[in-house]
Design a protein around this ligand. Sequence first.
Ligand code: URA
Length: 186
Amino acid sequence: MSEKSWEQLEEWCLNCYRCGLSQGRHNVVIDRGSRQSEIMFIGEGPGEQEDLQGRPFVGPAGQLFDKLLVAAGFAPDEVYVANIVKCRPPNNRDPREEEQQACINYLRYQTALIKPKIIICLGRIAAKAIIDRDFKITKDRGRWIQRKGVWMMATFHPSAVLRDELKKRPVWEDFKSIRMKFDEIC
Ligand code: URA
């Protein structure tokens, strides 16, 4: 394939009708943050606000995510943020397997452009798609693995933390660990 470019990615995504999620979208939600970043966060898919504004993690979960970033010493626009699927699943249901499959190559392309040293999966859906089909978020979160030279870890999704106070502490432990890994290798 010829050289990869952001323009190419955007053109593909904006004209994508590979799955039914395209029918209900207001916006294709591609990314936010720095395209020069060495750390990439991957969520599940756009919610209502993200669909309306065209940027990932700008709703309530995004506000918590930004707080965690800042508390861990990252400026929110210094990291790169994307999702497994780029169009909003209706009523915020989980993206279906076939919808994830239809969209995953765009994320692969983004990852090839970013060349991150660290990938953080936010929640079960991203962890299963990226790290391991059998990933168990409660048991396996916070554990680092290295694959093809990239360090990866999953933590709870910020929406899950908003629903369950008890997840606050572990998610904060994970963000401290992310900071340490970043300082060590980036
Ligand atoms: N939840 C996600 O997984 N991604 C977003 O962009 C917003 C909420």
